[in-house]
Design a protein. Structure first.
Length: 174
């Protein structure tokens, strides 16, 4: 229990070190990871049965070679591809927002440094240190959050594309 309390205290100290913008970065990162976890769950546990159902729907058709059947095939592939790629755009947007929030933290921290310099002059390094940490910590946090999402989001995208291509190959004309 003490380890949990210590961990919470360390997180609180880190958040105080980075300023208010760090809370925004944490919220965006949380949303990004929730979307990514949802996509992983869908792609690995839900999509296989959905793809099998679409394939069964196509194979149960009597007509799979006419012009109308080809349009139905395209619609099935398109609808399934949309389902596979759902929320991917949100994930990419949240990844792009993380470094921008880090930059916002840099700007707000530097404003704090300039305020201290205006009030106390340039000789008080201790007073400026808080603003400098509020300028650098959010930048680092935004970059780390974005980098953590880039790898997994590209993997999610590749998996969705591969599943859509596999479905397209499986829905054959007769």
């Amino acid at each position: 229990m003490q380890a949990f309390v210590d961990a919470l205290n360390n997180i609180r100290d880190f958040m105080d070190l980075g300023g208010e913008v760090l809370w925004g970065i944490m919220l965006v990162t949380f949303l990004m990871w929730m979307f990514m976890i949802e996509r992983i769950w869908y792609l690995y546990f839900v999509a296989p049965s959905r793809l099998a159902a679409v394939q069964e729907e196509w194979n149960s058709r009597a007509d799979t070679s006419s012009w109308y059947a080809r349009r139905i095939r395209e619609a099935l592939i398109s609808r399934t591809s949309d389902e596979l790629n759902q929320n991917v755009l949100y994930i990419k947007t949240l990844i792009a927002i993380c470094p921008l929030l880090g930059l916002l933290g840099t700007v707000t921290g530097m404003i704090q440094v300039f305020d201290v310099m205006a009030l106390t002059g340039t000789g008080n390094a201790r007073a400026m240190a808080s603003g400098v940490s509020k300028a650098t910590v959010p930048t680092m946090a935004g970059m780390v959050a974005a980098l953590s999402g880039i790898f997994l989001s590209s993997r999610i995208e590749r998996k969705a594309e591969a599943e859509a291509e596999l479905l397209e190959d499986e829905l054959k004309y007769h």
